[in-house]
Write a protein of this length. Structure first.
Length: 458
């Protein structure tokens, strides 16, 4: 039945969410609308669901069925009252996506009147356990689409501060925190220990975290260390010089750090301490010169060696995946697009083309990095806090407990020391025809694979 619903909601044009009634006040489809080519009554009916009870029933159904994936793993089938596993999670995720796309009231309903974290937990579980399976790349794409769609709303970021207490049947690192920590730890694991086919999604993963970071009240120790580890990974020569646009991941990570430092400093001492401990990584990036960049690039990639990771190829693949986002401010107004220009605002100067498969830093690239990477907030933070920690270590002969440092950070105020707080930028998902084509392809692929074994033989 889930497959039938997916097929019925995939064809034709999107439904108009505005209700249309006849003379007796009964809801009907408009005459002009019904005669349009591509009219689909099922999409119209889904788009016009506006009753609170119906929306609640939809939400509860999605939560109950998606939770079955990890709840069935936590019970023994031979025991009474055990939970039987249902193999329909991919179809459910496609239906959830189509409901979010077709019915704007459903998105607002689950964010304002429901606990959206009940959806986040099974989605993170499915992403975590499927990260190494090449056959499940499509599943992780769908989950990423859903999280990207949700993260574009402020209410989602606020809701993620609810404490996480669920025990998932997987090797997820133990942590005490919120659902925001759950998402960041899951995405970190996918990046460092996932399939290479997920490389095109790295920017989307960081965009999701970046969207809710201004509302992240208290980051756990585990999540703090994981995010700073990602900064070290993306700033390493092997990654940074793998392609001309590889620094874009660093820009998103720095924006995450800046959002938390500027708007949620109180309560996020774990992240501040993790940044102080890895101050060398930030210092190397801030003091980077063209000569250093060329030397590190040649050392990381000898002439006979090609980069294993190519951010330009990633960008092209991301366009095929159609993960389109639009940058908006907190009020929902679109921000002007950024153009890639040279150091003085002109076109980059012509340069000698490097050997095939290799990128060589140049002055235009260095100027773009200095202009794009928002390092000022972290640098100001380190300039003030590193001497404080060094002084504590000197007074106690190098034996300082981590808890003592965290307590000192709690008492320190950064007002007047940091730059003027920047505007909050939200990157919202934008629907496009490539996404629709991709979902149609993945839907029929799921149906084909499910139909290899006739139900009569199950």
């Amino acid at each position: 039945s889930a497959q039938v619903l997916c097929v019925l909601l995939d064809c034709g044009l999107s439904g108009d969410p505005r209700p249309y009634e006849d003379r007796r006040g009964e809801p009907v489809a408009g005459m002009e609308e019904s005669y349009e080519v591509g009219f689909n009554i099922f999409r119209v009916l889904l788009a016009r669901i506006n009753n609170g009870k119906d929306l609640e029933a939809l939400y509860r159904g999605f939560v109950r069925l998606l939770r079955n994936m990890h709840e069935s793993k936590n019970t023994l089938l031979s025991m009474p009252n055990s939970t039987t596993r249902l193999e329909c999670h991919q179809e459910l995720l496609i239906l959830l996506w189509k409901t979010l796309e077709e019915n704007p009231l459903f998105l607002d309903f689950i964010l304002t009147r429901c606990d959206v974290c009940e959806l986040v937990t099974p989605i993170c579980y499915l992403m975590y356990v499927s990260r190494k399976d090449v056959a499940q790349v499509g599943l992780i794409h769908i989950c990423t689409f859903i999280l990207l769609k949700l993260s574009g709303e402020r209410s989602f970021g606020v809701s993620l501060n609810r404490p996480y207490r669920t025990k998932l049947p997987c090797d997820l690192p133990l942590f005490s925190g919120s659902h925001a920590d759950l998402i960041s730890i899951t995405l970190h694991k996918i990046i460092v220990n996932g399939s290479y086919r997920l490389v095109p999604l790295y920017s989307c993963f960081l965009t999701i975290v970046c969207n809710f970071s201004p509302y992240w009240r208290s980051m756990s120790l585990v999540a703090s260390v994981k995010l700073v580890n990602l900064f070290e990974l993306f700033s390493s020569p092997k990654f940074l010089y793998s392609s001309e646009k590889a620094y874009r991941h660093l820009a998103l990570l720095l924006e995450i750090f800046n959002n938390i430092i500027q708007y949620q400093y109180n309560g996020n001492q774990h992240l501040v301490y993790a940044i102080v401990r890895r101050k060398d990584a930030f210092g190397r990036l801030a003091s980077l010169t063209l000569a250093k960049a060329i030397y590190q690039c040649n050392k990381a990639f000898p002439k006979s060696e090609e980069p294993e990771y190519d951010a330009d190829a990633e960008e092209a693949a991301a366009q095929v995946a159609a993960m389109t986002v639009q940058e908006l401010d907190e009020g929902g107004k679109p921000l002007p697009a950024k153009k890639d220009r040279g150091v003085d605002g002109d076109e980059p100067p012509p340069r000698k083309k490097p050997p095939k498969g290799r990128f060589l830093p140049n002055e235009a690239w260095m100027g773009e990095i200095k202009r794009t990477l928002p390092l000022e907030t972290c640098n100001r933070l380190l300039q003030h806090l590193v001497p404080v920690v060094d002084d504590m270590c000197r007074r106690k002969n190098g034996v300082v407990d981590e808890i003592e440092i965290l307590e000192v950070f709690k008492d320190i105020t950064m007002v007047g020391l940091l730059p003027v707080p920047h505007a909050i930028v939200i990157r919202k998902y934008q629907p496009n025809q490539y996404t629709s084509i991709w979902f149609t392809a993945i839907m029929w692929g799921v149906i084909f694979l499910r139909s290899q074994k006739p139900p009569i033989f199950d």
